[in-house]
Design a binder for this molecule. Sequence first.
Ligand code: ADP
Ligand code: MG
Length: 276
Amino acid sequence: GEGLPRPEQTRVMVVANQKGGVGKTTTTVNLAASLALHGARVLVIDLDPQGNASTALGIDHHAEVPSIYDVLVESKPLAEVVQPVPDVEGLFCAPATIDLAGAEIELVSLVARESRLQRAIQAYEQPLDYILIDCPPSLGLLTVNALVAGQEVLIPIQCEYYALEGLGQLLRNVDLVRGHLNPVLHVSTILLTMYDGRTRLASQVAEEVRTHFGDEVLRTSIPRSVRISEAPSYGQTVLTYDPGSSGALSYLEAAREIALKGVGVGYDPTHAHIGA
Ligand code: ADP
Ligand code: MG
């Protein structure tokens, strides 16, 4: 995995979709590992109180571990919570602990409540090529912090019935944050996940997504794969758990596409007529 272009500035990608179970966490950790294997320096920020991304990366995140909660609520420097991911050179993680469940409420009364993550990232001095932020399945203050901190939104879409339902709300939020707090924010990447090309429904949904979003949809889609779903229980990404599997290869290819496409200008959500 040599020879991929490295971004001139750190690309901060927000992995969001307010629907649960669509592959946000799986995509965050496997894409991050893939980018690192391609030679990039990558930080995963776990912004979901469930801490699934931390678990999948084999990162200790029991209640006493310094975590992204301390960064957001206690203004602890990000550098003090970042841990190296075992077995993947160049990959790092800012873990989430169960404390983060309270942050959604605690943030409300804090100054600059929407931009605390942005400030923490701006003050982080280690060189990075990518930051991937794994969002919870909601559009509360945690996700808003991610949208204010990022330049790019990556939306994983599961090819099932109602795949596009509810996306309208996410796109309107992206638009609002762009209008008021973060003018560079754009939807740069759509990734089809858990794709089963043998079913008519999956190919119809894929077609619909491609018609709607056009160039932002990666050519690579991620197949449904048992190896992908097994890896987290070993504290591994599929890239180390089963490097030759179809799941590993598809995430490597998706990472390559993302690196080659660059930041892009992205899908314009202003005229979105989609979902509920
Ligand atoms: P989210 O973060 O959006 O809630 P997850 O990434 O946790 O979604 O994925 C939901 C479930 O689907 C998890 O059990 C995960 O292991 C499984 N999963 C995700 N992607 C795949 C895939 N490509 N093939 C098989 N299982 C997958
Ligand atoms: Mg998740």
